[in-house]
Design a binder for this molecule. Structure first.
Ligand SMILES: *Cc1c(COP(=O)(O)O)cnc(C)c1O
Length: 496
C-alpha cells in the first residue's frame, strides 16, 4: 500500500515514510492510494481475536511495508501490556435499546487519544529505524488538551525521541494542564502558547513547513515528526475500534451479520469520525456517520450547507478538546470523495486566505449522503450529563454528553431506530467541575481533587488511579510563549 498527498497525487510514500514525515512537503496530508475492503466473512474472522489481534490484522492491510513481527510487537506493546483498565481495551456499554457507549478512555491518560498514542511510538520508532537510520526524532504536538498528555505518556523515555507539546494557555481544563505540566520522563517538553488551539496548531504547521528549522535540526542529527491526528500513524489505529466494536456486537448476538450500525462521534479535528468513515468504506456496515459539535459548530454548518466558514466567534466551552475552528482531517475526506487533489488544494488555499470555501455540488451530495450533523451548547451538555446519569446510571464527560445530546436530537427528529454506537471519548473525572456542576445543578469550581472526591462520594464511580495520583506530583514545566515565538521556544526546550 502506497500513500499520496491530498494536495499532489504525484507524491508517493510508503507507510513508514508517511508516518515519519507526518505531513507531506506540499502541506497536504498523506492518504492511502486505495482503501482496502473487508468482506463480512473477513469481519467475522476477526471476532474471536483479542483487541490486539484484531488491530494486527487491520494494520497489516495499511502498513504493508512493516513485517508481521514488527506489527505484532507494536500492537502487543500497546494493547496487551496491561496499560488499559479494561481487558477488552475499548469495551461497549449498553445504554438501552440498541444504543451503546464505546468506551475509548480506558487508557493511561483517560481520554480516547490513548487508543492511537499508545501505539504510535511503536509504529514511529519501527518506521524511523527503516527510513531515518541513526537520526533522532523530535515529536512536535499542538494539543487542545488530551492529545498532549497522551503523546507525552506514549513517548516518554522512548529511546531516540524527544517530544515537545504546545497547548493554548487558557484553552485546556486545569486537570488537563496539570496532567501535562507534571509529566515525568527525560525526553519530554511542555510549553503554553498565548492563543487558542488553532494558533498552536498553525504554529506547529509553520514549523513543519520551515526549511531553515528543518536543516538546523538535521545538523544536530534530529528530524521532526508529528503525533497530531494529521499523522497517518494516529489515524490508522483508530479504525480498529470501530471494526472491533462491530465484532463485539456480532459476538454478543446484538447484531445480525450485515446489520447496520450508526456511529456517533464528538468531533473536533475530524480525526475520530474520519476513522469511522474509513471503517465504513472498508465494508463495516455503518449506516450514518453522525458528527457532534459543541458551540464551535463550524462542522455542523459545513455538513448541512457545503460551506466551511471559520470566520465566526471562537467559544471556550465545557468540552475544550472540541474547541476547534479548523478541522484538519476534513481535508482527507474531501480528497477521498472528490479524488481530485487540485480541487482540495483550491479549497485549502481559500481556507487559508479567506477563512472559507464552498465545496462543489457533486462533492456536497456525496458528503450529505454519508453524514448527519448537530451541535450542543454548554447548557444542554450539562443537562445531558444529568439526564444520562438519572436515566441510564451512565456518568458522561462533557464531550461524550455532546455526542449523546446530538444523537438524541437526531433520533427524535428522524425516528431512526438503527442500533447506534456513541464514541465515549473521556473519563468523567477529567472534568470534575463540569460534571459535578451538571449533576448538582450548582456552579462548582475550585480544587479539582476535592471535586473528584465529591463526585466519587455522590456516584460511587471509581476515580482513575492516574488522575488521583496527580495530586502529589510536582509541576515541572511553566514555560509560556507568544504565538509567533513557537520556533524559538522549541529550540530553547531542546537546549539549542
Ligand atoms: C480529541 C478529542 C475529541 C475530538 O476528536 P477529534 O479526533 O479531534 O475529532 C473529542 N473528545 C475528546 C475527549 C478528545 O480528547
Amino acid at each position: 500500500m502506497l500513500y499520496t498527498s491530498t494536495r499532489d497525487t504525484a507524491v508517493r510514500a510508503t507507510a513508514a515514510e508517511a508516518i515519519v514525515r507526518g505531513i507531506s512537503a506540499d502541506g497536504g496530508l498523506f492518504v492511502p492510494l486505495g482503501i482496502p475492503k473487508l468482506s463480512l466473512k473477513d469481519i467475522e474472522r476477526l471476532c474471536p481475536l483479542s483487541y490486539a489481534g484484531r488491530a494486527g490484522e487491520i494494520l497489516k492491510l495499511y502498513l504493508t511495508d512493516f513485517t508481521k513481527e514488527e506489527l505484532s510487537g507494536c500492537v502487543g506493546g500497546a494493547y496487551s501490556s496491561g496499560k488499559f483498565s479494561s481487558e477488552r481495551i475499548a469495551p461497549l456499554r449498553k445504554l438501552g435499546g440498541g444504543t451503546y457507549m464505546l468506551e475509548l478512555w480506558r487508557g493511561p491518560t483517560c481520554a480516547f487519544k490513548d487508543m492511537a498514542l499508545q501505539l504510535l511510538p511503536y509504529l514511529l520508532t519501527a518506521a524511523a529505524h527503516r527510513t531515518l537510520k541513526g537520526t533522532g526524532i523530535v515529536i512536535l504536538v499542538a494539543t487542545s488538551g488530551d492529545t498532549g498528555k497522551a503523546a507525552l505518556e506514549g513517548f516518554r523515555d522512548v529511546p531516540g525521541t524527544e517530544i515537545a507539546v504546545f497547548y493554548p494557555e487558557n484553552g485546556v481544563s486545569p486537570m488537563q494542564k496539570l496532567q501535562m505540566t507534571a509529566q515525568e520522563g527525560g525526553n519530554v517538553h511542555v510549553c503554553a502558547v498565548e492563543g487558542n488551539f488553532d494558533d498552536a496548531q498553525n504554529g506547529v504547521k509553520a514549523i513543519f513547513a520551515d526549511r531553515a528549522i528543518k536543516s538546523e535540526l538535521s545538523e544536530r542529527g534530529l528530524a521532526l515528526s508529528s503525533a497530531n491526528s494529521i499523522n497517518w500513524g494516529r489515524l490508522v489505529p483508530q479504525l480498529v475500534y470501530y471494526i472491533s466494536a462491530y465484532c463485539e456486537l456480532l459476538s454478543e448476538n446484538a447484531l445480525r451479520p450485515g446489520e447496520k450500525l450508526n456511529a456517533v462521534v464528538p468531533t473536533g479535528n475530524f480525526g475520530n469520525i474520519l476513522a469511522a468513515f474509513y471503517a465504513k468504506e472498508m465494508g463495516v456496515p455503518i449506516a450514518k456517520l453522525i458528527c457532534a459539535s459543541n458551540a464551535n459548530n463550524v462542522l455542523t454548518d459545513f455538513l448541512k450547507t457545503g460551506e466551511y466558514n471559520r470566520n465566526r466567534p471562537f467559544y471556550r466551552t465545557s468540552s475544550p478538546s472540541m474547541d476547534i475552528l479548523i478541522s484538519s482531517n476534513l481535508e482527507r475526506l474531501l480528497f477521498h470523495l472528490s479524488k481530485d487533489a487540485d480541487e482540495v488544494r483550491a479549497y485549502m488555499s481559500a481556507l487559508g486566505k479567506e477563512g472559507r470555501y464552498r465545496v462543489s455540488d457533486g462533492l456536497f451530495a456525496k458528503i450529505s449522503g454519508l453524514f448527519e450533523a448537530g451541535f450542543c451548547d454548554d447548557e444542554r451538555t450539562a443537562r445531558t450529563i444529568r439526564e444520562a446519569y438519572e436515566k441510564y446510571g451512565c456518568l458522561c464527560d462533557p464531550h461524550t454528553a455532546v455526542a449523546l445530546n446530538v444523537y438524541e436530537d437526531y433520533v427524535s427528529r428522524t425516528g431512526d431506530s438503527t442500533p447506534s454506537v456513541i464514541a465515549s471519548t473521556a473519563n468523567p473525572y477529567k472534568f470534575p467541575a463540569c460534571v459535578l456542576s451538571a449533576l448538582s445543578g450548582k456552579e462548582r469550581a475550585g480544587d479539582g481533587f476535592a471535586l473528584m472526591r465529591e463526585l466519587h462520594a455522590l456516584t460511587g464511580e471509581p476515580i482513575p488511579q492516574s488522575l488521583a495520583e496527580l495530586e502529589c506530583k510536582k509541576v515541572r514545566f511553566d514555560r509560556v510563549c507568544a504565538k509567533g515565538e513557537m520556533a524559538p521556544a522549541l529550540f530553547g526546550m531542546l537546549g539549542m
